[in-house]
Design a protein around this ligand. Structure first.
Ligand SMILES: O=c1ccn([C@H]2C[C@H](O)[C@@H](COP(=O)(O)OP(=O)(O)OP(=O)(O)O)O2)c(=O)[nH]1
Length: 428
């Protein structure tokens, strides 16, 4: 089909399909630009189009750029409405934590996919027809579920408000999923990992013949084991069991279970990521099983789970039932991300805007990736939390205590287990 196009920049080459079967026609930037790590820019393409009614064009990232340089589109895919006559723009972001990326004038920066789109009429009804997914969902529960992120008994906060440059210790590959199968995920997974961890000492084979063991996936982009990083403290906050990257304007809170600090939460504007490290077997990743546990728990609570392959590997995107301040039931969107490392597992819970709009969570994901885990050499039971400490120069300000513990998986985000404690303010 023909689409009318106008060059806003008279010299720009028209969008073109690189190969005969391509779905997307490459578009170019008419402005050269250099993006520092984490920086974004709105780049003009030098063209505007007139699509027929019933069509839209979608601006997609180019996979080559993403793989080579970590360039993504903030709003991918960008939507070009049929009625839009302005110049098509591309909102690119450099997600590489270390390297700048440079575009020259007329470099191909994105691809345009034209598609037919439905315009629907929304018909309001009192009840929706059932679906396979809806089966077993019992609706919002009466009580506050253990997955609800709000209540914590004790918590410690560090307000950093300063800039930490990131380290320069990593290199680049790709990471993929492992799969784990467990009917009764919680109990079986415990058994399996316990068995394997004990076995580590003797280095024997075959104690679990009914299961295929999968090695932890490679971690080309982190998070890192302390042995893989030259200067873990460079640009990171030393929390003992974790070195957490420092970012301008972030607020860092640590959370306690009993007397031990076990989780750190980084709050950045309207998003947060909670980081928690756990001991794990040497040769088997546990993230597959842990995902199943979290998913089944949330589904039982009436929540909805999507398992998707995101920027940090396989993750759960969950709509978790919560009680709203006015007492009514609502849902909160949360992302559970996780990575298996050498004898440890790092779990992140992304909440706020970074969960609602995962494409806007680049910086939080970067923080997760650039975290360094210090499991220590001592014996630990699989799935035991890796204990953290306060930064040496943190100053504590006591704060009120509220909310009792709730029974839940320790991987559920620690929502019911962690405790709010004294507030601390960092002084440097
Ligand atoms: O990557 C993009 C996304 C959008 N646009 C243009 C075409 C689109 O028709 C217009 C509005 O975009 P969109 O509808 O996504 O933006 P909005 O924030 O929802 O604005 P509006 O309220 O104008 O629809 O901006 C681009 O040039 N590039």
């Amino acid at each position: 089909m023909d689409v009318l196009i106008r060059r806003v920049d008279p010299d720009v080459p028209l969008p073109s399909y690189a190969q005969p079967g391509d779905a997307g026609a490459d578009v170019r930037t008419t402005e050269a630009c250099e993006l520092a790590p984490g920086e974004r820019a709105v780049l003009p393409t030098g063209v505007s189009i007139a699509l027929p009614e019933g069509y839209a064009a979608f601006v997609h990232p180019r996979s080559g750029l993403a793989a080579r340089c970590g360039v993504a589109m903030v709003n991918a895919p960008g939507t070009i409405d049929a009625g839009y006559r302005g110049e098509i723009k591309v909102i690119v972001v450099n997600l590489d934590p270390r390297e700048s990326v440079r575009f020259e004038r007329f470099d191909r920066i994105a691809q345009l996919v034209v598609q037919q789109v439905e315009k629907v009429r929304f018909q309001e009804v009192a009840e929706l027809p059932g679906s396979v997914r809806a089966e077993g969902d019992s609706g919002p529960p009466e009580a506050m579920p253990p997955w609800a992120p709000a209540p914590m008994n004790k918590r410690v906060g560090i307000d950093t408000r300063r800039s930490y440059p990131t380290g320069k210790d990593s290199d680049v590959f790709g990471r993929r999923k492992k799969s784990g199968a467990a009917e009764d995920a919680a109990s079986e997974a415990e058994q399996v990992v316990d068995g394997i961890d004990n076995e580590d000492a003797e280095d024997t084979e075959g104690a679990e013949p009914q299961r295929v063991r999968l090695e932890p996936e490679p971690r080309p982009d982190g998070p890192w084991d302390v042995s893989e990083v030259r200067e873990p403290g460079e640009g990171r906050v030393d929390l003992g069991g974790l070195f957490v990257p420092g970012v301008e304007g972030m607020e860092l809170r640590v959370e306690v279970a009993g007397d031990a600090i076990v989780a750190a939460t980084i709050v950045l504007q309207d998003s947060a990521v909670q980081l928690q490290g756990f001991a794990a077997p040497k040769r088997e990743g546990i993230w597959g099983e842990v995902r199943e546990e979290i998913a089944s728990g949330i589904t039982q609570q009436g929540g909805v789970i999507d398992e998707v392959e995101g920027p940090l590997g396989w993750e759960l995107r969950a709509q978790v039932p919560v009680q709203l301040p006015d007492g009514t039931g609502g849902f909160q969107v949360v992302r559970f991300v996780g990575v298996d490392g050498p004898r440890w597992f790092l779990r992140g819970v992304i909440s706020g805007q970074g969960a609602v709009q995962p494409q806007a969570a680049g910086l939080l994901e970067q923080i997760f990736r650039d975290t360094v885990v210090v499991r220590g050499e001592g014996p630990m039971a699989p799935r035991d939390p890796i204990v953290l400490k306060l930064p040496d120069d943190a100053q504590m300000v006591p704060e009120g205590v509220q909310q009792e513990d709730q029974e839940t998986s320790r991987f559920s985000g620690g929502m019911g287990q962690l405790a709010r404690g004294p507030e601390i303010t960092e002084v440097r």
